[in-house]
Ligand binder design. Structure first.
Ligand code: ATP
Ligand code: SKM
Ligand code: MG
Length: 171
């Protein structure tokens, strides 16, 4: 059974697309941030604040590894940084994995991040006028890891339905 991993920057659409793919395919949907929150009974923001980012990155790696070893047939939205730490990008290349990078441009990401205003530990202390520059640099740093996914699907200027139809054609 397939293991579908969705990666991409914060607000690229991982959670939205995973849920829609789950509805369309009937496969179970998991979100790595939520898996970690349930396991630790803490929000991601609290883990960052109380235990530090390194503890979060270790939890991220261990939980992803365990899911890939023990579960079968799922759609998993990764955290925004997951492929960029602890050699997690190698999981994207595993034989039993269909990995997709939801590629979204800087302007569109900044627009969605401003609209959503969700709790995001990496962005919370950032003044709004520095957001564009931060995302541009961060995406540049992370791009290598996101591109280790087997498939790249652009989301800019497209509806979520359009994006899921393209992903469904991959499996
Ligand atoms: N083509 C598209 N594909 C996916 N999302 C889209 C698209 N167009 C617009 N959106 C919007 O972009 C937002 C993406 O947010 P979502 O929470 O799914 O991203 P995420 O990658 O899971 O971010 P996070 O870092 O918070 O986990 C949603 O509000 C969604 O409606
Ligand atoms: O981009 C990131 O590094 C993060 C994205 C979120 O999904 C969370 O995993 C956490 O806030 C870190
Ligand atoms: Mg998400």
């Amino acid at each position: 059974m397939k293991k579908i991993l969705l990666c991409g920057y914060m607000a690229s659409g991982k959670t939205t697309i995973a849920r829609l793919l789950g509805k369309a395919s009937g496969m179970p949907v998991l979100d790595l941030d939520e898996v970690i929150e349930k396991k630790t009974d803490k929000s991601v923001s609290r883990i960052f604040a109380e235990d530090g980012e390194i503890t979060f990155r270790r939890l991220e790696h261990d939980n992803l590894k365990a899911l890939l070893e023990n579960e079968n047939g799922f759609i998993l939205s990764l955290g925004g940084g997951t492929p960029c730490y602890a050699n997690n990008h190698l999981f994207l290349q595993q034989d039993d994995v269909i990995s997709v990078y939801l590629k979204t441009g800087i302007d569109e990401l900044v627009k969605r991040l401003r609209q959503q205003g969700k709790e995001r530990p990496l962005l919370e202390k950032l003044p709004d006028d520095e957001l564009h520059e931060y995302v541009a640099k961060h995406l540049f740093d992370r791009s290598y890891y996101y591109h280790q996914a087997k498939h790249v699907v652009v989301t800019d200027g497209r509806s979520p339905e359009d994006v899921i139809n393209q992903i469904m054609s991959l499996f």
